[in-house]
Write a protein that binds this ligand. Structure first.
Ligand code: GLA
Length: 394
């Protein structure tokens, strides 16, 4: 296990002891964040995605209580919130507690919690960096409660419950990718998911001498949720237009590039561009899965670069900082591909880099990016990814 992982477990044990006494009989659960390798803004259009979990995430130490009190402390926010299980009131949407208690409330409404509990939450994900800290928090909460209350829940149902919490308690109309990746993603694999059928496959990530490098732009995604919902509405506008021509069309998944060329004139410029991105991006995911399976990493990298171009020009969710990170990476020898990852407007890039080129890439980014934006990028190499579940303290 990594040093960061051990540090998290120590922090939880310390936090638990401080608030609730010795942690010996507490259960510890972790849910990782995710990086999306390719397939951006396709999930909310019934399309394809290929994310994978990372080696950082959210950690929870939890223990059942004999009464109905719910007591949860966040180490990161230095805050303890408590209430009686059947006396829930909604936290501020988007606050850490909205994700945790949204999950608690949804499980209570389904009759799965028969009493209170106490828990401490910590994490080593860069918050607001687009690595799904909120999905990881929802999933970690759901899995930890499942562990201590001992109920069965199908992983895909857990994913849906967590997505519902994001919609109803955090007011972000996200697709299903993040919660799916955090709950179901497996070690050493990427997750190829069809967001319409919810069929998925774990695709081995065998990169040989190449590495996945994640770079945080350190730009917080402040506008992200309103812009995200706006993009969703523009995609919907396009769907309604095409559905008038062909009632069989239910989402952009059903629209072809030819249809946009031939029948897209009446669409607003934005809806037309958004459609173009989603249709091409779906195909890129299929091509990228094939490339990864057959070890064609140069092809994979080329698709990442195309994806970024399309997100920048057609979907318009990139920003100057992400564009520079991608440009600097592309111009570095040994980098096969690079793109923004996640919802955009800041957050991270993901790149495919030869191991011998990681040091020069890091140096270039530290020098040139910092000179232009006065920000220090956080560069990390994904050595091994984790999966959601209970941890043994041994
Ligand atoms: C966010 C959402 C996901 C997905 C991505 C963009 O991460 O939570 O559902 O739409 O943006 O691909």
């Amino acid at each position: 296990m990594t040093v960061a992982h051990d540090a998290m477990i120590r922090s939880l044990a310390g936090g638990f002891a401080m608030h609730f006494g010795k942690a010996d009989d507490a259960t510890i659960v972790m849910a990782p964040g995710r990086v999306n390798l390719i397939g951006e803004y396709t999930d909310l259009n019934d399309g394809y995605v290929m994310p994978m979990t990372i080696d950082r995430g959210i950690y929870i130490a939890i223990r059942k209580r004999s009464d109905n009190r719910v007591r949860v402390a966040s180490v990161r926010y230095d805050e303890l919130i408590e209430y009686e299980l059947d006396n829930f009131s909604r936290p501020k949407p988007g606050s850490w507690s909205s994700y945790v208690f949204g999950v608690v409330e949804e499980l209570r409404l389904r009759g799965l919690l028969d009493g209170g509990f106490e828990a401490v939450v910590d994490g080593n994900l860069n918050l607001g960096a687009g690595l799904s800290s909120s999905a990881a928090l929802e999933v970690a909460t759901a899995v930890s409660l499942q562990q201590v209350f001992g109920f069965e829940m199908d992983p895909v149902d857990t994913v849906k419950l967590c997505q519902h919490v994001e919609h109803s308690y955090a007011n972000v109309l996200c697709g299903i990718m993040d919660q799916f990746a955090c709950r179901i993603g497996k070690k050493d694999h990427a997750l190829f998911l069809d967001c319409r059928s919810l069929k998925y496959e774990n695709v081995p990530v065998a990169l040989g001498d190449h590495r996945i490098v994640i770079v945080s732009s350190e730009v917080k995604r402040s506008l992200a949720s309103s812009a995200y919902n706006a993009r969703r509405a523009e995609c919907q506008e396009a769907v309604e237009h095409f559905a008038r021509l062909d009632p069989g069309i239910q989402s952009l998944r059903d629209v072809s590039a030819d249809m946009v060329e031939e029948n897209g004139d009446e669409l607003s410029v934005n809806a037309r561009r958004r459609s173009r991105h989603v249709i091409a991006e779906n195909q890129r995911v299929l091509d990228a899965v094939a490339a990864l399976r057959s070890g064609k990493l140069a092809e994979f990298g080329r698709l990442m670069i195309e994806s970024h171009r399309s997100l920048r020009d057609d979907f318009e969710v990139s920003c100057a900082e992400l564009d520079l990170l991608v440009r600097l990476a592309k111009n570095t020898d040994g980098v096969l591909g690079s793109r923004m990852t996640g919802a955009g407007f800041g957050g991270c890039t993901v790149s495919l880099v030869h191991k011998d080129a990681v040091a020069s890439l890091t140096e270039t980014l530290n020098t040139d990016y910092s000179a232009r934006f006065d920000l220090t990028p956080d560069v990390f190499v994904l050595e091994r990814n984790l999966e959601a579940g209970p941890l043994s303290l041994a």
